[in-house]
Design a protein around this ligand. Structure first.
Ligand SMILES: Cc1cc2nc3c(=O)[nH]c(=O)nc-3n(C[C@H](O)[C@H](O)[C@H](O)COP(=O)(O)OP(=O)(O)OC[C@H]3O[C@@H](n4cnc5c(N)ncnc54)[C@H](O)[C@@H]3O)c2cc1C
Ligand SMILES: *[C@@H]1O[C@H](CO)[C@@H](O)[C@H](O)[C@H]1NC(C)=O
Length: 545
């Protein structure tokens, strides 16, 4: 009999889960509160507590070649850092291409998922779902459960001294849609992450003034890196992953401060450079340079019309406080004993499989914080879960899982502060490779080194695109090699809208500059040798030899 799998949610995670259940010959039964696929990317003009919500100017912060599902590239005519409309369109294309819609029940909310009475024997689950149109609830029994309810929709509201005294408007970025209603206001944004920076930059074009308060500071990177290459094409590759971090840290540090010195802009983090302290914003440094945004330090306490800061300064006449303080995750549909959560730390093996379920017939997709794009990682989690459920891939025992999770927890407690952002932190390529090894789809580099050196070079030194994990093993995709070869072409395609004469001048100047650089190098060497000679180093060296 075909095994049934309950899938909760039809966002990026849920779609991947449904698709891979089908790939493994299981029957997915997906429920989605909303009326279409896309989750967060299914933009609405309103925001609702407990539902994902997006601001209208949001565009993805990782490039399309790195953000796609691994066997379904984003159309080459789509922009690299597309707005939410394009990204939703892509998710719709994915759903239609793999015929996923017929397995998704829209306008249905999963109210709770409980172990069946015979769970110890069968591992089955009983779910209560409600049809949001008719208001009727029903029960459903399935063999497996994949939880894809998203983890960036419960605003984290820190307790901040005096905030209840503040007379102006207080809101979270979750509920920010666009600049309307903020014209001419004096605004304080608390937090300097991705959303905080986006919102502050947009508002700084319309408000009277915008202040941002940051406890720890941040390094800001632009979407376009040197030579206009999308930053993640350079940042995420296997070669630099292999280099020791002690060597990489100062190099990154140097590069990040080359465009402008973060300390001069009030941004410099007061802790060691780490990938997790990065914010992606093209605008922020410019808005600071233009004087429309000023950075302040941590808020000590709020007053009736402003805030006092830890450095003794004070701001008055603030109209709006926007909290860009991130999100908390939660599993409201599950009993507490299914996934143990300690503070901000979930007891999930590889952030996917609960440690205390036996048999392990439930998995979580989407609860992860990488530096880099999420969709390919969520897809890999879904691939891994469905391989395990279909019995083709083995999981460590419950006690082994617990041991590994405790180890990870100790590591995180030692190295990071206690926040969801850090407890869910992973390094993309290493994590993908670990899950891929379980499945058997890790790219076989040694094989390509001998059989296809060109491809090997691209995999090793080029951007670690999701398609790398579709070259071999279960789920291999014919188009993977071609997709890896055409990354550059697809990246620049949507921008090649002016055909005539493009690039001729650049070629000319480039040649001259290369020649100049080489000449300088040769002259330098000659001068150095002459210096040694004049000072007698050469003679004494020859003598002593
Ligand atoms: C402002 C913002 C910008 C972001 N930008 C990027 C980016 O540029 N690049 C990137 O890679 N990631 C980005 N992310 C991360 C983003 O969360 C992921 O890209 C992705 O959308 C996560 O997908 P998901 O399916 O796990 O969750 P979601 O998109 O949140 O989808 C969860 C779905 O589950 C449904 N659901 C939840 N509970 C139930 C229930 N009980 N019953 C039925 N349905 C339910 C919800 O309605 C929703 O549709 C951003 C996040 C935010 C908040
Ligand atoms: C992109 O933005 C989202 C939402 O703010 C964030 O979670 C993610 O880490 C960002 N991506 C990168 C590579 O910083």
């Amino acid at each position: 009999m075909t095994k049934t799998v309950l899938v909760v949610g039809a966002g990026v995670s849920g779609l991947a889960a449904v698709k891979h259940c089908l790939d493994e010959g299981m029957e997915p039964i997906c429920f989605e509160k909303d009326t279409d696929v896309g989750g967060l990317w299914n933009y609405h003009k309103w925001s609702k507590d407990g539902d994902p919500s997006l601001y209208n100017s949001c565009s993805i912060n990782t490039s399309k070649e790195m953000t796609c599902y691994s066997d379904f590239p984003i159309p080459k005519e789509f922009p690299n850092f597309m707005g939410h409309k394009h990204f939703k369109k892509y998710l719709q294309l994915y759903a239609d291409n793999f015929n996923l819609r017929k397995h998704i029940n829209f306008s249905h909310s999963v109210d709770n998922v409980k172990k069946a009475d015979d769970f110890d024997k069968t591992g089955s689950w009983v779910t209560v779902v409600k049809n949001l149109e008719s208001g009727k609830s029903r029960k459903l029994r399935t063999n497996y459960v994949i939880v894809c309810n998203g983890h960036l929709h419960i605003p984290h509201m820190p307790t901040m001294a005096g905030l209840d005294k503040f007379k102006g408007k207080v809101m979270h970025t979750h509920d920010y849609k666009d600049f309307r209603g903020f014209e001419g206001k004096r605004i304080l944004v608390v937090g300097i992450g991705n959303s905080g920076s986006d919102v502050a930059c947009e508002l700084s074009r319309h408000a009277e003034h915008v202040y941002m308060s940051s406890r720890r500071g941040t390094y800001v990177i632009q979407r376009a890196a040197d030579h206009g290459v999308p930053f993640d094409h350079l940042a995420l590759n296997r070669f630099s992953m292999k280099l020791p971090w002690t060597l990489m840290r100062p190099m990154f540090f140097h590069r990040l401060n080359r465009r402008y010195n973060h300390a001069n802009y009030g941004l410099s983090p007061n802790k060691r450079f780490d990938a997790s302290a990065l914010t992606i914003s093209d605008d922020l440094p410019n808005r600071i340079l233009l004087g429309t945004i000023n950075i302040k330090c941590n808020v000590k306490e709020f007053t009736t019309d402003g805030a006092k800061f830890e450095d003794g300064t004070e701001l008055k006449n603030i109209d709006v406080v926007i909290l860009a303080t991130g999100f908390n995750f939660d599993f409201p549909i599950l009993d507490d004993d299914i996934i143990k959560v300690d503070g901000h730390f979930p007891y999930l093996y590889e952030l996917v499989f609960p440690t205390n379920l036996n048999p392990c017939t439930l998995g979580v997709v989407g609860l992860v914080q990488p530096f880099g794009a999420l969709p390919p990682i969520l897809e890999m989690q879904a691939r891994c879960i469905t391989r395990v459920f279909s019995g083709k891939c083995e999981l460590p025992s419950a006690s082994q899982r617990l041991e590994l999770v405790e180890k990870r927890k100790a590591f995180i407690t030692r190295n990071f502060i206690d926040s969801p952002r850090y407890s869910l932190q992973i390094y993309s390529i290493q994590y993908m490779d670990r899950l891929a090894s379980m499945i058997g789809c890790k790219p076989d580099l040694l094989k390509y080194f001998f059989s296809d050196p060109k491809l090997w070079y691209k995999i090793y030194f080029g951007p670690a695109t999701p398609t790398q994990w579709r070259l071999n093993g279960p789920g291999a995709w014919k188009g993977a090699k071609r997709a890896i070869e055409t990354v550059k072409e697809h990246t620049y395609f949507p921008m090649k809208t002016r055909r005539s004469g493009d690039g001729e001048m650049e070629g000319l100047y480039d040649g001259w500059i290369q020649l100049f650089k080489k000449t300088c190098f040769v002259v330098f060497i000659l001068l150095f040798v002459r210096y040694l000679y004049v000072n007698g180093f050469v003679k004494s060296f020859v003598k002593s030899a």
